[in-house]
Design a protein around this ligand. Structure first.
Ligand code: AMP
Ligand code: MN
Ligand code: MN
Ligand code: MN
Length: 275
């Protein structure tokens, strides 16, 4: 088994097609690939078709943007039924929130002398979920910064011209929709929210309390000891562990299947719950 349970296609802010992502996962000897685009399931059918008859199993997934105590928290759903009405309902609401936020981001960027950002970002997003990453690509293309990191730091984060407070629903809303769709809710990259130890523990406890099933214990790049800490937090809260690269596009920072394993004793989300 070599699962990678967090990845993106060009149906959100990933840059590969579902077909290219499947081919890359096969090259990297991944056995189970969850495709978890931001607030959409639009790439799943193409990925399933591309993987049919190969050594790769594609797991139907999604990554919802949510809020917990006013912080932006991502909840991955694994093994969801893409056609489920509750899931589709939340997807539609997220699309509407994204439309309104995007218009507001563009208004603010206009005042900061970056005109036409809504059209510009849409050109990068194509038919996929419109994200801040697409605004960042447009700003880069206008020569206003030299790296994606630089754009986010200068324009997209709190206190900067293109910042808009996150419009997302509470974490519990996503957990409920994922569960209603037959899926398992997974707290995504818990080490990336810059929380103190106390708040991290509270977030994981609330997530378990609200019906979450697993937390991402392993990512391809994470600080020393984080994997062990997340495995402990999972066990303390009766949660399973997941692992995922959060691959968006080929880069030195992330690769499908790279460095993904769970510490000994950590119950894997892809194993059946103990009975
Ligand atoms: P959104 O979901 O529209 O708020 O867009 C957030 C996306 O932008 C994330 O999923 C990342 O892929 C990307 N992103 C966020 N922060 C950064 C950053 N500092 N540098 C590069 N990409 C980022
Ligand atoms: Mn992303
Ligand atoms: Mn995320
Ligand atoms: Mn992601």
């Amino acid at each position: 088994m070599h699962p990678d349970l967090h990845s993106h296609t060009h149906f959100s802010d990933g840059r590969l097609s579902p077909q290219a992502l499947v081919a890359r996962a096969l090259e990297r000897r991944v056995t189970h690939l969850a495709i978890t685009d931001h607030d959409t399931v639009a790439g799943l059918a193409e990925a399933q078709a591309a993987a049919a008859g190969t050594a790769l199993t594609v797991i139907n997934g999604i990554e919802f943007s949510t809020c917990w105590k006013n912080k932006e928290i991502h909840i991955v759903g694994l093994w969801v039924d893409p056609a489920n009405p509750a899931l589709q309902g939340l997807i539609a609401e997220q699309a509407e929130r994204r439309e309104q936020r995007a218009a507001e981001i563009a208004r603010r960027l206009e005042k900061a002398h970056i005109p036409d950002a809504l059209n510009g970002a849409r050109r990068f997003a194509g038919d996929g979920t419109l994200t801040r990453a697409h605004f960042a690509q447009y700003i880069l293309s206008q020569g206003k910064a030299t790296t994606m990191q630089g754009v986010f730091k200068k324009y997209m984060t709190r206190g900067n011209p293109g910042y808009v407070p996150p419009p997302w629903p509470e974490m519990a809303v996503a957990i409920q929709a994922i569960t209603a769709a037959g899926g398992v809710a997974v707290l995504a990259h818990p080490g990336r929210y810059q929380l103190s130890g106390k708040w991290l523990r509270q977030m994981v406890a609330d997530f378990a309390q609200e019906g979450g099933g697993a937390i991402e214990v392993a990512q391809c790049q994470q600080p020393q000891n984080e994997r062990r800490l997340m495995a402990e937090l999972a066990a303390e809260n009766g949660l399973a562990g997941s692992q995922g690269s959060d691959f968006h596009y080929p880069s030195p920072y992330a690769e499908l299947g790279r460095n993904l394993y769970l510490p000994a004793g950590c119950r894997a989300v892809w194993e059946r719950e103990p009975t």
